[in-house]
Design a protein around this ligand. Sequence first.
Ligand code: BTN
Length: 263
Amino acid sequence: MSELSTERLAQELSTRRYGRSLRHLPSTDSTNDDARSAIEAGVPSGHVIVADAQTHGRGSRGRVWSSPGGTDLYLSIIDRLPVALAELPPLTLAVGLGVAEAADALLSARGAALSQVKWPNDVWIAGRKCAGILVEASTIANALDAIVIGIGLNLNRMEFPEELGQATSLRLSSGVQQPFDRTTALCALLASVERWVDRFAHDGAASIVEALTPKLALLGRRARCADVHGIVCGVAASGALQLDTGQGVTSVIAGRLEAIDSA
Ligand code: BTN
């Protein structure tokens, strides 16, 4: 068990916006749901809600995000970005790069394997999922008002329910028993995610996609997504996955990406 210390967090935080206003809850239904209420209450951009446990943690496509107490990180960041609603899809990949960068910084101290971004919203270590991202938009009159960036990072958990499939945590994948410090990990996570989200907002999606390519899980592998079969060859600036079907490159905007080769 590694307790989250908001006092230490305030001292160690290196961000400009993220976490400068923060609410820490021992348990909640879902930090993404709390974030929606916080937007209505007018919290500043960069406000973070972090919980030690969630009773109804939500994943993408209506799935449950397993959120037991005290080991991992469950947080939602509220941001107000100068981007249009239609430009949002690649944001999830920018957040993925931020999560992967923070994971790599923590893992490199243990000489452990590096992480990859698995399109569209996962972070993997050695083919196993260690983090998930759920970005939700809050709109007023069909225009973007605020964005909720929900992140679940498996930090210290050593066992996973079977139904989660191929899951891991940073601690488990590092092969070192010592738990990661949750406060240090949260500081690293907020700093990296802020950096990549700012890069997305200022330099555009193309710069995210360029940085993503060397970190993209399943690149060059035979895979399927939304009934399209092909070799994973990259991500378009729109955020769409690109599969080379043999008859050309097909873009897929949503679906679950699965390898179908044996590598
Ligand atoms: C996924 O991989 O399907 C996305 C998982 C996102 C989980 C996080 S945990 C914090 C935040 N609150 C939620 O209810 N979900 C996100």
